[in-house]
Design a protein around this ligand. Structure first.
Ligand code: ADP
Ligand code: MG
Length: 678
């Protein structure tokens, strides 16, 4: 891009993304209409206006706290321009006394004076036409001015080519949508507020493009996974029976139903691609184990993959005794295993001496080879993307895949993330759970929180204390957690453990262990407290600055308690002041513990971007589509992509070629790659 050196490229990449096309996707969220040309006497307070004035006098400030003022006038009166921390030489040049200038900005009435603080635009009288326009307003980031962003995006649009149409022509004409190029031009040149509405036709068109790319990519992945012939895996029930005999409980109806769905998939000669959705504590692990046992009975190996070391270890310690009861061989492999131990596991795996391998993403590594992998189970899937799904699936011949997520995802969103899979839901919780009282209160009542914590711990309770998630900065997450740990350690000497993402694995384990064994009563953590961690004695959950978390995330955190049958308490502390929406969101958690309902509400109130909290969600991030508004476009895109793939599975027709371009535009080219290899 012209005029964009490294100094601007960096903040631009941070703002929009590393590619020119990302600039096109950076849509304005507001408009400023500068066409209101007015006079000093008539300038309306609180509105953006443009005035032509003569510079009268400069009043430099004599103290750092007082602003620099410039008095201007027209035939109706005075206009004062106010500048905080200005560069006086620049002001003298931009606003020479006695000359006329066009000034545009937000008008204020202050002490009977008409003023504009930091005018947005200062121009010479002959440039007035360039000021009297409607400007798009873009979000910014440090190091970028509004003008630079606007100009760069405009330049990117100028470079955007006209492209062959990829949307079905009947859809285009029915909806009255503009072409892709025309839509781009329009969304970046809003002339009034309604143009910013997600339902404006140019916005809808682009949202549809994005959703179509998403659905088509998933469809291609699915087709590719299905292309390899699957195998029929039918268990004998022998191992299962042994495990069911030693389980201290019987399966819930939902667990039985889901298991039957999985059995049917595995038995079919087609490859299984199934998502198991179940709230925290709904008992997914035992379902996974029983599924794996069927695969072992059929003579194949299985893998259970967790997103973190801690979870992998926990799965291992839960599975080990059950597997032992059935005489099934289980091993653990994580990134931490090195050298001889690791080699031994790899050898046994290749030799078929391991039936169930539990691990982290270390299972992706090339050296990990199974003798015959029949079923791969991926736990807490929302942290793994489609790419990783593909990689793991490539480990065996047409491996059956069972993906488990503890995040109840609204149906619309499930389609965007897992449109390539069948979906099972565990919608019934095992009996005998203690109930959880949820309270929402301001952080200013910390003292009360601490004293109720004291009481609870006095009766043998253990507590999680989750520290605020600070956007985009692990370092500050860390600082907050460390600080809170120090604070609580003073109140509860020797009884507080700390765990965060930057810790060495061994230290993390030690902290978790201390908490699990009761050597610590309080575990202070950043959100890394692993979503699947199971400490039944924990009955208090404190979340600081709860308003910064996704509802689904809070719901998951809350699911860490209420496991041991004792009455549990979840305290959601918010930093004041709380907006109306934020309060409504937190109140939902007080009202219900139905994860699916919570997820739907979160989607409604916040839109998808925020749904699962931030960074590691692994769900597709839409830049143009807003599923809260565009759910019906998603359904259309899904139907359309099915039709496309049925008629033109390799995208060879002219429209197919255009659709390839669409996939590239939205960087869903992993889909295109599957076309080439397949
Ligand atoms: P999640 O779905 O969050 O992974 P888990 O599989 O960890 O849930 O199960 C949570 C707890 O519930 C475990 O302690 C498990 O032993 C127990 N559990 C699972 N199924 C049942 C059941 N049918 N009846 C009673 N307890 C169960
Ligand atoms: Mg689990």
């Amino acid at each position: 891009m012209p005029g964009i050196g490294p100094r601007l490229a960096q903040p631009l990449a941070k703002l929009a993304g590393p590619n020119v096309v990302d600039l096109l996707w950076h849509l304005p969220h507001g408009v400023i209409d500068r066409r209101h040309l007015t006079t000093a006497a008539a300038a309306p307070a609180g509105k953006v206006a443009t005035l032509v004035v003569t510079i009268d006098a400069h009043f430099p400030s004599n103290s750092r706290r007082r602003p620099y003022r410039v008095r201007c006038r027209d035939e109706t009166g005075f206009l004062h321009l106010v500048f905080f921390h200005p560069r006086p030489d620049w002001l003298l040049r931009a606003l020479p006394v006695g000359e006329r200038r066009v000034i545009s900005g937000t008008v204020e009435h202050f002490n009977n004076e008409v003023q504009i603080t930091h005018p947005d635009r200062i121009a010479a009288p002959h440039e007035i036409e360039s000021v009297l326009t409607v400007e798009p307003v873009y979000s910014l980031t440090a190091g970028l001015s509004a003008r630079v962003v606007e100009r760069t995006i405009a330049a990117a649009i100028e470079r955007a080519p006209q492209l062959a149409e990829w949307v079905d022509p009947t859809v285009i004409s029915r909806a009255g949508w503009p072409t892709w190029h025309e839509a781009l031009v329009r969304v970046h040149k809003p002339t009034a507020e309604p143009d910013l509405n997600p339902m404006a036709s140019a916005r809808q068109r682009l949202a549809y493009d994005e959703l179509l790319a998403n659905q088509l990519a998933l469809g291609l992945v699915r087709a590719n996974l299905r292309r390899m012939a699957g195998r029929s895996i039918i268990g004998t029930e022998t191992l299962r029976r042994k495990v069911l005999d030693v389980l201290p409980y019987s399966l819930t109806g939902a667990q039985r139903r889901v298991l039957a769905e999985i059995d049917a998939d595995m038995a079919s000669p087609q490859r299984m691609l199934r998502l198991l959705q179940g709230d925290v504590g709904s008992g997914k692990t035992v379902v996974a184990l029983l599924a794996m046992l069927a695969a072992v009975e059929a003579g194949t190996q299985t893998a259970l993959m967790a997103p973190t070391e801690i979870l992998a270890r926990q799965h291992m310690s839960n599975l080990e005794p059950l597997a032992a009861a059935a005489g099934v061989r289980v091993a653990l492999l994580t990134g931490r295993d090195k050298g001889r131990t690791r080699q031994a596991v790899l050898d046994q795996l290749a030799g078929g001496e391991i039936d169930i391998l539990v691990g982290t993403h270390a299972l992706f590594q090339d050296q990990v080879g199974f003798r015959d992998l029949g079923l791969a189970v991926v736990d807490e899937q929302h942290r793994f993307g489609v790419h990783q799904r593909l990689e793991l699936a490539a480990k065996g011949r047409a491996v059956d895949m069972l993906v488990m997520t503890a995040t109840p995802i609204p149906r619309t969103l499930a389609l965007t993330a897992y449109g390539d899979m069948e979906i099972s839901r565990l919608d019934e919780k095992p009996p005998g759970r203690g109930s959880i009282a949820t309270r929402v209160l301001p952080l200013s009542r910390l003292d009360e929180v601490v004293s109720s914590l004291q009481r609870a711990i006095g009766t043998g309770a253990r507590a999680y204390w989750v520290c605020p998630l600070v956007e985009e900065s692990e370092a500050s997450d860390l600082a907050a957690a460390t600080e809170r740990h120090a604070h609580l350690s003073m109140l509860f000497p020797g009884r507080v453990a700390l765990v965060h993402g930057r810790m060495k694995a061994a230290d993390k384990d030690a902290s978790m262990d201390a908490f699990a064994r009761g050597n610590a009563d309080i575990l202070v953590a950043t959100t890394v407290i692993e979503v699947g961690v199971d400490v039944p004695e924990a009955s208090v959950m404190v979340v600081e600055q709860a308003e910064r978390f996704g509802l689904a995330q809070l719901h998951q955190l809350r699911g860490r308690i209420g496991r041991g049958g004792r009455l549990s308490t979840c305290l959601l502390l918010y930093g004041t002041p709380l907006t109306g929406t934020a309060r409504a969101r937190l109140n939902i958690l007080r009202e219900t513990d139905d994860g699916f309902r919570i997820a739907e509400e979160d989607l409604r109130l916040r839109g998808t971007g925020e749904l699962l909290g931030t960074r590691q969600s692994g769900l597709p991030r839409f830049r143009l589509a807003d599923l809260a508004s565009h759910a019906d476009l998603l359904a259309m895109a899904r139907d359309d992509s099915k039709l496309i793939l049925a008629n033109d599975p390799d995208l060879r027709s002219p429209r197919g070629q255009a659709l390839r371009t669409l996939l590239y535009l939205f960087e869903r080219d992993s889909g295109v790659r599957t076309l080439r290899s397949g």
